[in-house]
Design a protein around this ligand. Structure first.
Ligand code: FAD
Ligand code: DLZ
Ligand code: SF4
Length: 514
């Protein structure tokens, strides 16, 4: 066969739905694009049903769009007769079937898949290439170079570098408004003063896909109607982005740490699925937000905008850099040597702790919780209760619509569990009921008493918090950001402190009944 006739096979993964990728600029009948629904991806963790449906629906839509433009698409459905249910095995079969002369893929975001495709390519007898996914604002190793030999990777330093690199919210060399960070203005409880927009919900028909998952016995959990509310294509993603900029952004910063029983999404963007599947680009979101403020300065204050830009330009790229700098070792880190299994109520919210019940039930219903709910409620509890980080990771990786390992594991194991010993966070993120009460209305109708540390109906967060610091004194006391807390601990009356420790012990023994 001459070179001219040789066909190229290009793999598109489920989180590589980037219509603007340079691959798609030219239509070439000798290039076959393949997307595949495979058991290796539905089964590597137990996913929320909405997550599997959203990925499949978005992949199918994307394949249809490429086909309409004129590209040659080979789509393998989960129940296709020739589906071998693994990326490598399906690729091997396709290379043979279509007499492929060259194979190409976009660099995956997950270490697991990256290794798999490298191994696959090493054994290939035809030429191959791995190309950039053209989505992120940093290369895989940029963060590692930025921090060089440093022991701790401070997000703030990385974020300032990114602001300068992309000339975002700068006035010459200086930050617009004179400050890099407006966090102090961004910590309000939601008091009902500003109306919260009704979240934009899409109505994507997924009844057939649901039937497919049932027929194929894909193990999943969570609720789902026949209509999926998450965006499954670029148009819907852009619609969601515009909706957020108009309705959420004006109050985003102020209430970004707030939690409220009346509003599951508050002023958050709910753009993480659209971003992580690459249906929209992080820079187009940042630019759209900045542009809207420029046009309408009075409505969107600088601190609202900066708070949002920081999430995407800062946090998102930062956690990805940590991931590539520290995988695969990161997935084994367990600084506190935790061993306990995850309590059953993480799967159904069947607990008397109102905050946990609310956040978990919301997650089961929508496959979504916003950042502070993930960090300071479910993550907080897991950390102070000493749950094994593997179990915590598996839960976060399964339950959220946006959960892909590069962004899930860094946030979970690093930020929320401190299992990396402080590489990301300068101190463990945890709290007593005080913080939860300060930032939410969860404690109001709770079975437990937020003010009590021990005794009848004492809030479990209080005793578990102090028992956590007591247990890990050798690991934490030298941390300058925690030292103060140990001085407070040492001022407790002996009897009171022993009551707290006994309470914590009791709660741990009866964790499933909390
Ligand atoms: P908004 O609050 O509106 O923020 C806007 C965007 O900023 C998000 O869409 C997201 O792309 C980005 N962003 C914000 N915070 C972070 C962060 N800490 N890390 C990376 N990007 C961020 N995010 C995921 O995308 N996937 C995950 O699996 C995931 N797991 C998490 C687990 C834990 C324990 C914690 C504490 C956080 C996790 N996050 C994860 C980060 C964050 O909670 C979500 O990105 C956010 O809640 C998504 O909702 P949103 O689009 O409404 O975000
Ligand atoms: C999350 C997910 C699921 C559930 N299923 C598939 C799939 O069947 N095929 C696929 O290509 N991608 C899927 N994904 C997303 C992948 O897990 C993701 O693309 C890889 O982990 C690389 O980050
Ligand atoms: Fe949560 Fe404790 Fe408040 Fe109840 S009292 S909602 S358990 S923090």
């Amino acid at each position: 066969m001459s070179n001219k006739e040789q066909k190229t096979l290009r793999l598109i993964l489920g989180d590589q739905l980037n219509l603007n990728h340079s691959w798609f600029r030219e239509i070439n009948p000798n290039v076959i694009y393949v997307l595949m629904e495979v058991r290796q991806e539905t089964d590597y963790v137990v996913h929320h049903i909405q997550k599997v449906l959203a990925f499949f629906a978005a992949m199918r839509y994307f394949a249809g769009q490429l086909r309409d433009i004129g590209h040659t698409i080979h789509y393998i459905k989960l129940n296709s007769p020739n589906n071998l249910q693994s990326f490598s095995e399906n690729l091997t079969a396709l290379i043979e079937k279509f007499a492929i002369g060259r194979f190409e893929y976009q660099l995956p975001d997950e270490f697991r898949v990256d290794q798999q495709l490298k191994t696959f390519c090493d054994a290939l007898k035809i030429p191959w290439a791995a190309v950039d996914s053209e989505h992120f604002l940093t290369g895989r190793s940029d963060l590692q170079h930025h921090f060089a030999e440093k022991k701790q990777y401070l997000m703030e330093s990385f974020y300032r570098m990114m602001r300068k690199r992309y000339n975002i919210l700068l006035d010459g060399e200086k930050p617009v408004g004179g400050k890099w960070n407006f966090d102090v203005q961004n910590r309000r409880k939601y008091d009902g003063a500003v109306p919260v927009p009704n979240p934009i919900l899409f109505h994507n028909e997924i009844a057939d896909l649901k039937t497919l998952l049932t027929r194929m016995k894909v193990n999943s959990f969570g609720e789902c109607s026949d209509s999926l509310l998450w965006p499954i294509n670029r148009e819907q993603s852009l619609q969601a982005m515009r909706f957020f900029i108009e309705n959420g952004l004006p109050h985003f910063g102020t209430y970004q740490d707030a939690m409220a029983t009346s509003h599951w999404a508050l002023f958050h963007a709910r753009l993480s699925f659209a971003l992580n599947t690459k249906m929209i680009h992080p820079m187009e979101v940042i630019e759209a937000a900045i542009h809207t403020r420029q046009e309408n300065k009075s409505e969107i204050e600088l601190h609202q905008l900066e708070g949002f830009v920081r999430q995407i330009l800062g946090w998102r790229e930062y956690v990805r850099g940590i991931y590539w700098a520290h995988m695969p070792g990161y997935s084994k880190m367990n600084f506190f040597n935790n061993t306990r299994p995850l309590p059953h109520f993480y799967w159904d919210g069947d607990t008397k702790m109102q905050c946990m019940k609310y956040v978990i039930r919301q997650s089961v219903k929508y496959a979504y919780a916003h950042h502070i709910q993930r960090l300071m409620v479910t993550g907080n509890f897991a950390q102070i209760a000493g749950i094994h980080p593997d179990a915590v990771d598996a839960w976060y990786l399964g339950i959220y619509i946006d959960a892909i390992e590069w962004v899930e594991i860094t946030n979970t194991r690093g930020m929320s569990q401190f299992a990396d010993g402080g590489l990301m966070a300068t101190k463990p993120y945890n709290s007593t009921a005080n913080y939860i009460h300060k930032m939410s209305d969860y404690c109001q109708d709770c079975f437990y008493d937020r003010k009590k540390k021990y005794g009848d109906r004492a809030c479990p967060f209080n005793s578990l918090y102090w028992a956590f610091y007591f247990r890990h004194r050798d690991k934490l006391a030298a941390n300058p950001r925690i030292g103060m807390m140990y001085r407070v601990m040492d001022r407790f009356e002996k009897e009171e402190f022993s009551g707290i420790l006994k309470q914590a012990e009791y709660y741990i023994e009866h964790i499933e009944e909390l």
